[in-house]
Design a protein around this ligand. Structure first.
Ligand code: SAM
Ligand code: SF4
Length: 490
């Protein structure tokens, strides 16, 4: 393994705060009880059709499932019932979120990393990667390239390194928010970065972070140890497992969990994602994760591990796992990334996805430079269509694109958001806001056919809003958007 500088080693030794792990453990044990997971999966084998139907009905009432119920769904053997599960996924999503999909783009800020994750091109040992940490001006150039396409929301991504700690992240977040370009602007920046202490997370909370995302990668301890060497920071599984507990404690309202599918048995990971959700809900007044992500392993430069992963998830099982997550946690946002090819995205969206990225580039500095492949990328994306192409596709599926960020700016986050999401009322607030941001997009960025069919869909959605008063109000706001006003929301 390539050697670390003495100062890096000292920094690594100072990061983990053991008391910020211990206070979440139950008699020294974490919430991922392997025995419970395997027992449930075994006990719920061959579930009768009537039981699957009961579970589907419970999800349709927007109730979170219990582990035994999720295990039963994962064990469903009937193709017919799987079709019912898929259909329920879409109904739940429509009930809670309406016919809208929120769009974002990843913005990679730094790929320096002290860790050595077997699956990632940014691992410290990988000399094939060009290491870059963006300067303020380079960040501005990236933001301008993104906003010129119509993006309003980002997920900012960082390797784990002393040069990209909490102060640096907070600084880069400020630069992003300050970079306005002819009316184009980023209104919401989420963060995907390494686990931090409560003190560091408070710094991020103070500068207006959106969702803080940390993927556990795998919840299976033995696999976790195998892919994250013990002498690295990420090798400390418990520090990562409670990263989002600490974020909630630090006042970050929205957190995003996820597992990297392909590392271990997908059924185990789905059960563990549910246990993670339940643990957060039980400790933070019923508020669980704002989003769940389920990336699959992709090829990465000079990374032999990903060429033949032991638990590769095929497209059929991927559909199943997405649908089971949708039914298990009906009110949580679900993110499907451009890792997946166009055909898979089109099919999986209708299982209950709420967020997509598009026009994405996961190389550091590569929006401005235009490089799509090479030694600055973390791995290879399969869907390389532009934002407009994906939006156009969504219009064909009858879905409105939303760039809405109103929720965060009027405090509609965390507990408040969960309350309205759980009561299924999000579309009376979020659907109008989606319509308004879609109108902005169509007006400012969409050309030709996308514009034409987009306005048509928008008018149809306007007509479907509940209540004459709401329709009149949104029509008035739409008129103001047409006349050049921006960032209007309910
Ligand atoms: N360094 C931070 C960390 O590890 O938490 C930031 C995350 S990394 C830049 C973003 C995510 O990409 C990881 O959490 C992992 O799930 C995912 N990832 C890494 N290598 C991947 C690969 N080869 N294919 C697909 N996803 C990958
Ligand atoms: Fe570093 Fe994150 Fe990649 Fe691991 S996944 S090597 S921590 S950037």
């Amino acid at each position: 393994m390539s050697s670390l500088r003495e100062s890096d080693r000292k920094w690594i030794d100072s990061v983990v705060k053991q008391d910020e792990i211990d206070r979440f453990l139950n008699n020294g044990r974490n919430f991922v009880d392997e025995e419970i997971i395997w027992n449930q999966l075994e006990k719920q084998k061959n579930p009768p059709d009537s039981r699957i139907k009961e579970i589907i009905a419970k999800s349709l009432e927007l109730e979170r499932l219990e582990p035994a119920e999720t295990a039963a769904l994962l064990n469903c053997r009937s193709d017919e019932l799987w079709e019912e599960i898929f259909a329920a996924g879409l109904s739940i999503k429509q009930k809670v979120y309406g016919r809208r999909i929120v769009f974002f783009a990843p913005l990679y800020i730094s790929n320096h990393c002290v860790n050595n994750c077997a699956y990632c091109a940014f691992r410290r040992e990988n000399r094939a990667v060009t290491r870059t940490c963006l300067t303020d001006d380079q960040i501005r150039a990236e933001v301008k390239a993104l906003t010129a396409e119509g993006h309003k929301r980002l997920i900012m991504v960082y390797g784990e390194h002393p040069a990209s700690g909490a102060d640096f992240i907070a600084h880069t977040l400020k630069i992003v928010y300050e970079t306005s370009h002819g009316g184009d602007e980023i209104r919401r920046a989420n963060i995907n970065a390494a686990p931090m202490s409560v003190e560091d997370l408070r710094k991020l909370s103070e500068v207006g972070i959106g969702t803080f995302q940390v993927f556990q990668e795998t919840y299976h301890p033995e696999t976790y140890r195998r892919v994250h060497p013990a002498d690295t920071l990420k090798g400390n599984m418990h520090w990562r497992l409670y990263a989002l507990h600490r974020a909630m404690e630090a006042g970050v309202d929205d957190v995003g969990i996820g597992a990297l599918f392909g590392l271990f048995d997908y059924r185990f990971e789905v059960m563990a994602l549910l246990l993670h959700t339940i643990d957060l809900e039980s400790r933070f007044g019923g508020v669980g994760p704002h989003t769940i992500s389920f990336p699959r392993l992709e090829p990465a430069l000079n990374t032999p591990f990903v060429e033949n992963p032991a638990h590769l998830v095929d497209d059929k099982d991927f559909k199943k796992l997405v649908a089971v997550i949708r039914l298990s946690v009906p009110y949580t946002g679900m993110i499907l990334t451009a890792r997946e090819p166009e055909s898979v995205r089109r099919e999986v969206i209708s299982l209950g996805i709420t967020q997509l990225d598009a026009g994405s580039n996961i190389g550091v500095g590569c929006y401005a430079s235009g490089e799509k492949k090479g030694e600055k990328q973390q791995f290879e994306l399969a869907d390389n269509r532009s934002l407009e192409e994906v939006i156009s596709d969504l219009v064909d599926l009858g879905m409105i694109t939303s760039f809405c960020t109103a929720g965060y700016r009027c405090g509609r986050t965390g507990h408040y958001f969960m309350d309205i999401a759980k009561s299924g009322k999000v579309h009376t607030l979020c659907m109008p806001n989606a319509i308004l941001t879609f109108a902005e997009y169509l007006q400012d960025y969409a050309a030709g056919e996308t514009g034409e069919k987009g306005w048509k869909l928008l008018e149809e959605e306007l007509g479907r809003l509940p209540g004459e008063d709401l329709r009149v109000k949104v029509s008035e706001l739409l008129e103001r958007v047409r006349n050049g006003e921006r960032d209007l929301y309910l």
